[in-house]
Design a binder for this molecule. Structure first.
Ligand code: ZN
Length: 82
């Protein structure tokens, strides 16, 4: 009984890790204005003194920048590329 329960918990844990990989968390985007450029699977900020980048993966594309400087990211599926 206990064994099964912990197995289920493991599955849930694995699934949530998978979800994070497929849908990168946007909370890592620093506040402030950034000029994002897509380079391969990354969004690279070109405006900060210290260059920094966000992994968006091969399934997402940057389509624009919001007024608050946050990138607008769409999945290729949403854009009809897949
Ligand atoms: Zn920046």
């Amino acid at each position: 009984m206990h064994q099964k329960q912990s197995e289920e918990q493991e599955v849930i844990k694995a699934k949530s890790e998978e979800a994070n990989f497929e849908h990168p968390s946007f909370k890592f985007i620093p506040n402030g204005h950034h000029e994002w450029k897509q380079q391969g699977y990354y969004l690279v900020c070109k405006s900060c003194e210290l260059e920094h980048a966000i992994w968006i993966g091969r399934k997402h594309l940057i389509v624009g920048i919001k007024e608050n400087g946050q990138p607008i990211i769409k999945s290729r599926k949403e854009l009809g590329f897949l």
